[in-house]
Design a protein around this ligand. Structure first.
Ligand code: TF8
Length: 337
């Protein structure tokens, strides 16, 4: 072999080694991460989980592998939370609302009409208030990484259009397993029934319940339009998703491994919010095309709903603590200036 050829070979070899060497310089071990979620693969949640898995694989030089397991195959939110706390499962994404039994401060996000728009939601969730609430999980054996968007929730049912609170009378409405939601819809006059999401479609199909409330994206991806005729635009609450890790497991990871996961969760958050908002923007037209009858609840009726729900705000402030409540209100006021 000539000298130049040998030099060339050495350069090529060095280049080939560079990437794995970089990953080796980091303290990263082979890891398998079971990441559970409740919606199906063809949902905003499923697409973002897939994106996150790709990020983790890429940023760990292929050493860390995240297996995204959807459709509540690992159980509904509350069951997965317990599996994380016990260390039997590594990660998940789910609703903050189902966490209130573990960390009462999460009830802050159940406040009806807390945010006026997605921009406010992002600012508060990604800011100091959001972090403070997330940090409360640690003492319960969970690590919160970031918030994703579930979104503004709207009502559907199979009985009749809901144009005012009184129209909810006699409607059996499925709510999340969360007391704020239960109390709120009782106050509005519905017969509110808590059920895990994984049981919702069949409950609607068999008429065990008449209605439910979720963002447009979920009404589409979970095919609720097949069993629900009426959609009433209320935007009554903004619902976040949260990425959780088992603290038992997380504490055994190196700083580099934790960084790979956090970076991936943040990148997936940005991907997910964009995807969700794009899908959401055309969802109403899609749902109409699928045969749903859609009505906007007039602003004056939304205002009446807000009034009826005033006691809920007081209850939440007590639950999360007046300090946190006031900090949130002040942060919102500053955003609205
Ligand atoms: C609900 C929630 C769910 C999500 C999902 C399972 O109505 O909005 O869609 O928590 O992660 O239960």
């Amino acid at each position: 072999m000539t000298l130049t050829r040998r030099a060339l070979c050495a350069t090529v070899a060095a280049a080939a080694l560079a990437a794995p060497l970089l990953a080796q310089a980091q303290d990263i071990k082979p890891r398998l991460i079971r990441f559970g979620y409740g919606l199906n693969e063809n949902s905003n949640q499923g697409r973002a989980a897939k994106f996150m898995a790709q990020q983790i694989e890429k940023n760990s030089g292929g050493k860390m592998k995240m297996r995204a397991i959807g459709a509540a195959a690992l159980g509904p939110d509350t069951q997965m939370q317990q599996a994380l706390i016990g260390g039997a499962q590594e990660m998940m994404v789910g609703s903050t609302a189902t966490l209130v039994g573990i960390t009462k401060e999460m009830a802050l996000w159940d406040t009806p009409f807390l945010f006026n728009n997605a921009k406010e939601a992002d600012a508060i969730l990604d800011g100091p208030v959001g972090q403070k609430v997330m940090d409360k999980l640690q003492e319960k054996g969970l690590v919160g990484l970031v918030y994703w968007e579930n979104g503004f929730r709207n009502l559907t049912n199979s009985k009749h259009p809901v144009a005012k609170a009184e129209d909810l009378g006699g409607i059996k409405l499925r709510v999340m397993q969360n007391n704020v939601y239960l109390d709120s819809f009782k106050l509005l006059g519905a017969n509110a029934i808590p059920l895990p999401f994984s049981e919702l479609f069949s409950a609607l199909e068999t008429k065990t319940v008449d209605g439910q409330e979720n963002p447009y994206n979920t009404i589409l991806s979970s095919k609720f339009y097949e069993v629900q005729k009426y959609l009433s635009v209320t935007n009554h609450v903004y619902s976040p998703w949260i990425i959780l890790a088992s603290k038992k497991w997380w504490d055994g990871l190196s700083k580099d491994e934790q960084k790979v996961l956090l970076d991936a969760a943040v990148a997936a958050r940005d991907f997910e919010r964009k995807d969700t908002r794009e899908e959401g923007a055309k969802a109403l037209a899609d749902l109409k095309a699928k045969g749903m009858q859609i009505n906007e609840v007039p602003a004056s009726e939304v205002a009446r709903m807000r009034e009826k729900l005033a006691p809920v705000n007081t209850a939440i402030a007590n639950e999360v603590g007046t300090g946190l409540w006031q900090e949130t209100q002040a942060a919102l006021a500053a955003l609205r200036k």
